[in-house]
Design a protein around this ligand. Structure first.
Ligand SMILES: Cc1ncc(COP(=O)(O)O)c(C=O)c1O
Length: 447
C-alpha cells in the first residue's frame, strides 16, 4: 500500500480550491480523492511528497516523450535562460530558432509546406478549422465519435445522432451516460451543436452517405488517424486512403490531428506511419517535450491565407522563445543517429508488451495490447490478435478488469493513465520493464 498521509492532506486542500482539478472530465475517477503530489521527477520515475516512487507511464498525457528532466533538454533550456528572454513579444520580435524549428517540421512532416505556431493542441485545432472554413467558404466540420480534439465548445464530446433521417450534427445530451459521452459539458454557446457533423469511426458507408449529401457544406474533416484517446482504435485498412480520396473529390480539407501522434509515432507522425498525406495537421504535446507549444502545418495555399491577414491567428505567446528552444532540443534528441532514441523505445516497449502478454497467459486472461509506437492500451477480455477498430468491438472489453488493473498497478508504484493507456518515453529502461512486470504479475494474480 502507498503511504498517503501528506498526499491526502494536500488532496483535501486542493479539492477545496480547485473545483474539478486542473483538467477534468465527466467520469468519476477515484483518483480525484487520492491525488498524488510530485516532489521530484527524474527520467522515467516520479516521487511523491510521501516518498512513494513510481514508474511513470502517464507521460503527462503525452508530452513527456523524453521523460523527466532529460539532461540535454534541461541544458538547452538553461542556456536560453542564461542568455535571452523566455518571451519576446510574439509577432513583434523573433528569434533565429523560429526558422530552425520550422525548417525541421517542413523536413519531417509530409503535409508541411507552411507552419503556424500556437500554444495548446486545442488552439491549433481551432486554427485548422478556421483556415479550412476560410479556404472553402463552407460552414461545417466533420469529426468522429471517440476522437478528442480539445475543450472548445464546438468540438468537445457529443453523441452520434442515432436517427438515420436526421442531419448528422453532434448531439449534446445532459442525460447521457458519462461513459458514453465523457466530454459532455453544460455552458456551450448557442450554436455549437450546429457546427460539426459527428459520425462513427471506420464506418465508410456513413461517411460516404454524409459526404454525398452534405459534401458541399463541409469545410474540413478533422480526426485522429489512430484514436489514441480511445483505445488506439486503428483505421480499417483503406479507410484513411478513402478519406483522402473523398476530401480531394469534394474539395474538403483533410486534417489529421497529430497532437498525440506527432513525434511520438515517429518524426513524420501518423501521416508518415500510414503513408497518407492530409492537407493540414495539428501538433502539440510531444513537439516541445513538456512545454506548451503547438503547431498547424499544411499546404501553402491554405496556410497562406494567414499571410494577407484574411485569416487571423493572433496570440501573445505564439512562438515564444522558451517553447521554441524546447521544441528545438526535443527534435534534436529525436533526430539523432537516424532516430536511435525511437529504436531503443521500440525495443523496451516490445519487451514490456511481450512480458505483459506472457503474464496474462500465465493467469489465463485474454489481453489485447492495442499498440502503436510510444502508446498502447491494455484491454482485457479481448483476444490477443483481435485488432480493435470500432466502438462496437470496444463494447466487448472486460471493463471491470481493465479498470481494476490500471488502479491496482498504481498501488504497486506503476502509473498508467486512467483506463489503461500507457505512454512510453525514450528513457524507460529494462529495469523499469522488470519492475513493471513483477507488479503486473502480482496484480493479475489478485484481480
Ligand atoms: C488528439 C488531441 N487533439 C487535441 C488535444 C487538445 O490539446 P490540449 O489539451 O493541449 O489543448 C488533445 C489533448 O489531449 C488531443 O489528444
Amino acid at each position: 500500500m502507498l503511504k498517503m498521509d501528506k498526499n491526502q492532506k494536500l488532496t483535501e486542500k486542493f479539492n477545496q480550491i480547485f473545483p474539478g482539478g486542473h483538467s477534468n472530465f465527466r467520469v468519476p475517477l477515484e483518483a480525484t480523492q487520492n491525488r498524488l503530489f510530485v516532489a521530484k521527477a527524474e527520467g522515467s520515475h516520479v516521487w511523491d511528497v510521501d516518498g512513494n516512487e513510481f514508474i511513470d507511464y502517464q507521460g503527462a498525457m503525452g508530452p513527456n516523450l523524453l521523460g523527466h528532466r532529460h539532461p540535454e533538454y534541461v541544458q538547452a533550456l538553461k542556456d536560453l535562460l542564461d542568455t535571452s528572454s523566455t518571451c519576446v513579444g510574439s509577432g513583434v520580435l523573433h528569434t533565429p530558432e523560429d526558422i530552425e524549428v520550422a525548417e525541421k517540421l517542413l523536413q519531417h512532416i509530409p503535409c508541411a509546406e507552411r507552419i503556424k505556431f500556437c500554444l495548446s493542441g486545442s488552439e491549433a485545432v481551432q486554427m485548422a478549422i478556421r483556415l479550412a472554413r476560410a479556404y472553402t467558404g463552407r460552414p461545417y466540420f466533420l469529426r468522429f465519435g471517440g476522437h478528442y480534439h480539445g475543450w472548445f465548445d464546438n468540438i468537445l464530446g457529443g453523441l452520434i445522432d442515432p436517427s438515420p433521417s436526421a442531419e448528422p450534427f453532434a448531439v449534446y445530451d445532459p442525460n447521457s451516460d458519462p461513459w458514453e459521452d465523457v466530454a459532455f459539458t453544460h455552458g456551450r454557446g448557442p450554436t455549437s451543436d450546429k457546427e460539426s457533423f459527428l459520425l462513427p469511426w471506420n464506418d465508410l458507408d456513413a461517411l460516404e452517405a454524409t459526404i454525398e449529401k452534405y459534401g458541399d457544406q463541409i469545410a474540413i474533416i478533422h480526426f485522429e488517424a489512430v484514436v489514441c484517446n480511445h483505445f488506439n482504435l486503428m483505421p480499417k485498412p483503406g479507410y484513411l486512403e478513402r478519406i483522402r480520396e473523398l476530401c480531394t473529390k469534394h474539395g474538403i480539407v483533410m486534417s489529421i490531428d497529430e497532437v498525440i501522434t506527432g513525434f511520438r509515432l515517429g518524426l513524420s507522425g501518423a501521416q508518415g506511419r500510414f503513408g497518407v498525406t492530409p492537407d493540414l495537421a495539428t501538433f502539440g504535446k510531444a513537439l516541445a517535450g513538456g512545454l506548451p507549444f503547438s503547431a498547424v502545418a499544411g499546404k501553402a495555399e491554405i496556410m497562406d491565407q494567414l499571410r494577407d491577414r484574411g485569416v487571423l491567428g493572433p496570440g501573445t505567446f505564439n512562438g515564444y522563445p522558451l517553447g521554441m528552444r524546447a521544441a528545438s532540443a526535443t527534435l534534436k534528441i529525436l533526430e539523432r543517429d537516424d532516430g536511435a532514441a525511437y529504436k531503443e523505445m521500440d525495443r523496451i516497449q516490445k519487451s514490456l508488451e511481450d512480458g505483459l502478454q506472457e503474464i496474462a497467459g500465465k493467469h489465463n486472461r485474454t489481453l489485447r495490447l492495442q499498440s502503436e509506437r510510444g502508446v498502447f492500451f491494455t484491454a482485457f477480455g479481448i483476444e490477443k490478435d483481435k485488432v480493435l477498430y470500432t466502438e462496437e468491438e470496444l463494447m466487448t472489453i472486460d471493463l471491470e478488469t481493465t479498470l481494476g488493473f490500471w488502479a491496482a498497478m498504481a498501488q504497486e508504484g506503476i502509473l498508467v493513465l486512467a483506463g489503461g493507456r500507457w505512454y512510453m518515453s525514450i528513457v524507460h529502461t529494462d529495469k523499469d520493464v522488470e519492475t513493471t512486470l513483477q507488479a503486473a504479475d502480482k496484480v493479475m494474480e489478485a484481480l
